[in-house]
Design a protein around this ligand. Structure first.
Ligand code: GLV
Ligand code: MN
Ligand code: MN
Length: 414
């Protein structure tokens, strides 16, 4: 029997692990709120380590608090094959975004271990730090640091909603996990493959099992701050006000108009807004809002992004505006080596496939800067994600993990 037929994914175990992980930060309606670098995040990571210890995986963390589980290969000099995803969630997130890719990696190495398979190359499962960027913007800070795109301390001064700095939260996490051996950032990597739910409707609507992901569209995040002046809501005449709220509303409307796309490919989102002093009877002196802009074409993403400062400026009547770009992930094409390995694995295991690009960003976008990278998608029910209703059936998840395991076997034996 060859290695492809020896090892079997245990769908029940994988589902049980996913459901147990979802208890860390469980919210109503099957949702999860597990923010990066919190006690909940740390508890979930300890649980993962406990499961990984059952197969003797070596555990380590790096300076960005990315968590690594490693199984050795037969060739101690060979560069590893990496898989994994993230364990932090959106504030109103589901059970599968990120968690699936980490658990799928653990399930794949566990199934291989139980079948007595030792690949030539080591295999490492990584849980990246702060992929979502919902507590500390931007996302993907762990993978950006690991691949050398940004220094680890780039975001030290970024604050969460409670005023806690990223740098302090990272130091706290590293302190709580000081018993876990440290490893350096980066290092030689043979290939990276990440399993993830699709987060869109295509696979389900076309009745297909597996997305062979060919690349990821580009994303840019901006923070806009509108400064006005606070005043009494009952006494200050409108003509004398510098109302940051009204100028922010004008700016958001003008941006939405400027970002209109008849082809409905450009994605423009204002998902976060903070108002100071946030009181019904005070005129707002400051409004801060986020912009998330995405497009698969780098030139279009650059050109549309370049419009943002002037659109905001023209919308100001009485206030001042500041704009900061805090995340730039240009469109990424995945590597033919990994795309072919995923395609081969899906076909070998009898699954139907669709070649597709990802609308969501992922840590694979940054891993691809230093290693051949690719991704495997499984269907998302009704395409729902970043929502407690996110759902993929145990069988669909197991199919994705079967494809992941066969992809890992192929890459780790080459
Ligand atoms: C990742 O969560 C994204 O926003 O694409
Ligand atoms: Mn994700
Ligand atoms: Mn997400």
């Amino acid at each position: 029997m060859d290695q492809v037929t020896q090892a079997a994914i245990n769908s029940d175990r994988q589902w049980r692990w996913l459901m147990e992980l979802a208890e860390f930060g469980a919210i109503p309606d099957n949702g999860v709120n597990r923010q990066a670098l919190t006690a909940l995040d740390r508890a979930a990571r300890r649980q993962l380590i406990e499961w990984a210890s059952e197969i003797g995986a070596t555990v380590s963390i790096d300076e960005a608090a990315n968590l690594w589980l490693r199984v050795e290969g037969s060739d101690p000099t060979a560069a590893p094959v990496l898989t994994g995803s993230h364990m932090d969630s959106q504030p109103k997130g589901g059970r599968f975004d990120g968690a699936y890719g980490v658990i799928a990696g653990l399930e794949a190495i566990t199934a291989m271990h139980q079948a007595g398979i030792v690949t030539k190359r080591p295999i490492e499962v990584v849980a990246w730090t702060n992929e979502e960027g919902s507590r500390f913007a931007p996302g993907c800070t762990g993978s950006m640091s690991w691949c050398g795109f940004k220094p680890v301390h780039e975001w030290d001064d970024v604050k969460d909603a409670d005023g806690i700095f990223y740098g302090a939260a990272l130091a706290t996490q590293l302190g709580f996990e000081s018993d876990i051996p440290r490893r350096p950032l980066g290092g030689p990597v043979h290939a990276y493959v990440e399993a993830h739910i699709e987060q869109g409707p295509l696979l389900e609507s076309e009745g297909l099992d597996i997305g062979v992901v060919t690349g990821i569209q580009g994303s840019r995040w901006f923070t806009v701050t509108i400064e006005g002046e606070s005043a009494h809501a009952g006494t200050a005449p409108l003509s004398l006000r510098r109302d940051a709220m009204l100028d922010a509303v004008r700016a958001i409307q003008a941006l939405s108009d400027a970002m209109a796309d008849p082809d409905d490919v450009l994605r423009f989102t204002v998902g976060r807004i903070a108002v100071s002093p946030n009181s019904s009877n005070s005129v707002a002196d400051r409004v801060t809002f986020s912009i998330d802009l995405r497009h698969p074409n780098a030139d279009i993403l650059t050109a549309r992004g370049a419009l943002i400062p002037s659109v905001i400026q023209s919308a100001m009547t009485v206030c001042d505006a500041r704009l900061v770009e805090n995340f730039t992930a240009m469109p990424t094409d995945f590597h033919p080596l990994v795309i072919a390995a995923v395609e081969h694995a899906a076909k070998a295991t009898g699954h139907s496939i669709k070649h597709m690009a990802s609308g969501a960003f992922h840590d694979a976008q940054f891993a691809s800067r230093v290693a051949p990278a690719g991704m495997i998608f499984v269907p998302s029910h009704k395409g729902i994600s970043h929502n407690p209703a996110e759902y993929t059936s145990p069988a669909q998840l197991a199919a994705g993990t079967q494809v992941l395991m066969h992809t890992l076997l192929r890459l780790a034996n080459s």
